[in-house]
Write a protein that binds this ligand. Structure first.
Ligand SMILES: *[C@@H]1O[C@H](CO)[C@@H](O)[C@H](O)[C@H]1NC(C)=O
Ligand SMILES: *[C@@H]1O[C@H](CO)[C@@H](O)[C@H](O)[C@H]1NC(C)=O
Ligand SMILES: *[C@@H]1O[C@H](CO)[C@@H](O)[C@H](O)[C@H]1NC(C)=O
Length: 253
């Protein structure tokens, strides 16, 4: 074979291999808006503030909603624009339970617009989530039904200077909800002893029934699913090791 032809063959095989890898990992490729589960993502505001090293003002001292995501799909309909007027009646609840932790002083609509356009337009394939009102309304309903804050409290898992074993947190959550959650942490920064608890995900089927966040037989992915391109978050699936669950006041500047 001519060297140039050989190079072409090699290049093609490489492309093919990369393409297959992409499939195998189920990364969203353009046009692929298939997804299997919904992920209710709660985040711990103190950790969000720490992560972006921003001077959040008085972050909430309870878990708030980050989003309701379809796994493996993003931005499913770029022409379905966010319209705040459709969720106006939800505003009081949205401000409490789904606040923009990072831009706390401003208007949350930027955060909600982002969540709608990136995740809502995919989740909206379900009738139960098929409008902006339904998507945000159902998100709030699921959050309230899960009642993560009171469950954690009941389990004795409260913000503390003492560390928790991640396996204890996961086991406790699994015992309450009957499914395997996904727990994410900020890896230790330089000079820190341990990871910091940041995000708790609970997963639902398309019928909005709780289900494991892992697939049967699947080992837990190290990289968070459903957010392959989220440069703003340094969160990763927690190491099976101790973690810091930071009291909000220790993060305030
Ligand atoms: C995308 O959203 C627009 C606006 O709601 C709608 O008219 C259109 O049918 C949607 N497209 C698809 C493919 O669902
Ligand atoms: C936020 O700002 C937008 C315009 O940028 C405005 O339409 C909306 O009413 C504001 N929302 C709140 C909750 O103040
Ligand atoms: C959920 O995970 C648990 C623990 O790994 C497992 O025993 C159970 O069979 C899983 N359920 C389903 C429906 O896969």
């Amino acid at each position: 074979m001519e060297p140039a032809a050989a190079r072409r063959v090699l290049l093609c095989s490489l492309c093919l291999a990369l393409w297959c890898l992409r499939c195998a990992h189920g990364l969203p490729s353009s046009g692929n808006h298939d997804w299997k589960k919904l992920i209710m993502v709660h985040h711990w505001p103190a950790t969000v503030c720490k992560e972006i090293e921003n001077n959040c003002k008085n972050p909430p001292d309870y878990w708030t909603i980050h989003g309701l995501w379809a796994d493996k799909a993003e931005k499913c309909n770029r022409s379905w624009h966010f319209n705040f007027n459709e969720i106006k009646d939800l505003l009081p609840d949205m401000k409490i339970y789904w606040p923009d932790v990072i831009h706390s002083s401003g208007n949350c609509t930027y955060f909600w617009k982002h969540e709608w356009e990136k995740h809502g337009t995919c989740a909206a394939q379900l009738d139960a989530l098929g409008s902006q009102r339904k998507y945000f309304g159902k998100g709030l309903d699921l959050y309230k039904a899960l009642a993560l804050n009171s469950m954690l409290q009941k389990l004795g898992i409260v913000p503390s200077g003492n560390y928790y074993q991640i396996s204890d947190i996961k086991d406790a959550l699994a015992s309450i909800y009957g499914v395997v959650p996904k727990v994410q942490c900020l890896p230790p920064k330089q000079g820190e002893e341990v990871q910091t608890l940041g995000q708790i995900e609970l997963c639902f089927t398309k019928d909005l029934q709780l289900r494991n966040c892992t697939e049967p037989g699947e080992p837990e992915a190290r990289r968070p699913e459903g957010q392959p391109a989220q440069p703003a978050t340094g969160l990763e699936v927690c190491e099976d090791a101790p973690a810091f669950y930071p009291p909000p006041e220790e993060i305030k500047h």
